[in-house]
Design a protein around this ligand. Structure first.
Ligand SMILES: [Zn+2]
Ligand SMILES: [Zn+2]
Length: 339
């Protein structure tokens, strides 16, 4: 294991364990140092115990680097591997076992922490057959959202990465997509032409979350009815303990999701866990389709799906109504038929 691989693995574990940003930043900084330092110098510094003299290397990061260079198993890494496992309950297990992919995740193209290739490698390693690359649309400037030009570039990159994956003999596929903003008037933050080119479209509200109930309902209905929208992302926009759910008429919204074949996302991020249980049960009553998505912004967060599986079990979501239990061709047939 190279020092780079070891540090990346520690960061993965810290992310899946929801460790403080402070620790993750320390390892990310050490990773930058390792990448920009001549390997011969790193070896020399390990030999004379001067790694920590490098700006950005502390005692824990130095230990991980030294273990990798000297070919020893790292106790730090073994420890964090064990401690950071994402637990899965018995009731959630059948749901997690049924999942074949993840329909909502971010990369460094917008506000994610890892490039597409590493998100894909991780998704493969946890057993997925596909993932949908859904970076933010242009309006979300703080998240470095993609305009059409950048989205076009991303589509080229996805095609290239898919080719490399196939050449390496893997069955895995990256589907194209976007988490497109639902604008205040219910229109979408991307042209119909571009939306039509994407495999899977997640639409989410990220602005004016406190909009008056009827306006918010109309705004969401318009997006749900769009033939290009496949999935309604984190529908209430709540942040547990920080931001209340948006106010909308859930009967209208879920009835529309059922009618227009727009899946209701069960968002697995621990601070979101959206929709809340009572709304999720209502969506089940309306016969909606669902997805269980990590909304990962880092490789470790791809392992958060058990949290959503837990909710799905609590609310008796039928497994056969969960889109990402479908094989990739069936998923694509579904999104195309719905479009
Ligand atoms: Zn979002
Ligand atoms: Zn997202």
């Amino acid at each position: 294991m190279t020092p780079e691989v070891a540090l990346l693995r520690v960061i993965h574990c810290l992310d899946r364990a929801r460790e403080s940003g402070f620790k993750t930043k320390a390892f990310a900084r050490a990773l930058d140092v390792v990448r920009s330092t001549d390997p011969a110098e790193l070896e020399r510094r390990v030999a004379n115990d001067t790694l920590t003299d490098l700006d950005g290397i502390g005692s824990s990061t130095a230990q991980v680097i030294a273990d990798a260079i000297e070919g020893r198993p790292s106790r730090y890494l073994a420890d964090i591997e064990a401690k950071s496992q994402v637990e899965i309950s018995d009731k959630a297990r059948p749901y997690r076992d049924a999942l074949r992919g993840d329909c909502h995740l971010h990369s460094t193209w917008s506000d994610g922490g890892a490039p597409i290739e590493r998100m894909a490698t991780t998704a493969m390693a946890i057993g997925h057959e596909y993932m949908v690359q859904t970076d933010h649309s242009a309006r979300l400037t703080i998240a470095h959202g993609l305009n059409e030009e950048r989205l076009n570039e991303q589509l080229d990159q996805i095609a290239a990465v898919n080719e490399a994956i196939a050449d390496a003999g893997h069955e895995f596929r990256i589907l194209s997509g976007m988490e497109v903003d639902i604008l205040e008037d219910g229109s979408l933050d991307l042209s119909n032409e571009m939306l039509g080119r994407l495999d899977v479209v997640v639409a989410s509200v990220h602005s004016k979350l406190r909009m008056e109930k009827q306006k918010m309902t109309e705004r969401m209905l318009q997006a749900i009815a769009s033939p290009h929208v496949d999935i309604l992302g984190h529908c209430t926009g709540r942040m547990i303990g920080k931001r209340p759910p948006s106010d909308f008429d859930a009967d209208y919204v879920f009835a529309a999701c059922a009618q227009f074949n727009t899946a209701v996302e069960i968002n697995c991020r621990p601070e979101r866990l959206d929709p809340p249980r009572e709304l999720l049960r209502l969506a089940v009553d309306y016969g909606c389709w669902f997805t269980i998505d990590s909304d990962a912004h880092a490789t470790g967060q791809l392992e958060w799906q058990p949290l959503g599986c837990d909710r799905a079990a609590d609310c008796d979501v039928p497994i056969d109504r969960i889109l990402n239990t479908k094989p990739v061709d069936e998923l694509l047939a579904w999104t195309r038929a719905a479009a």
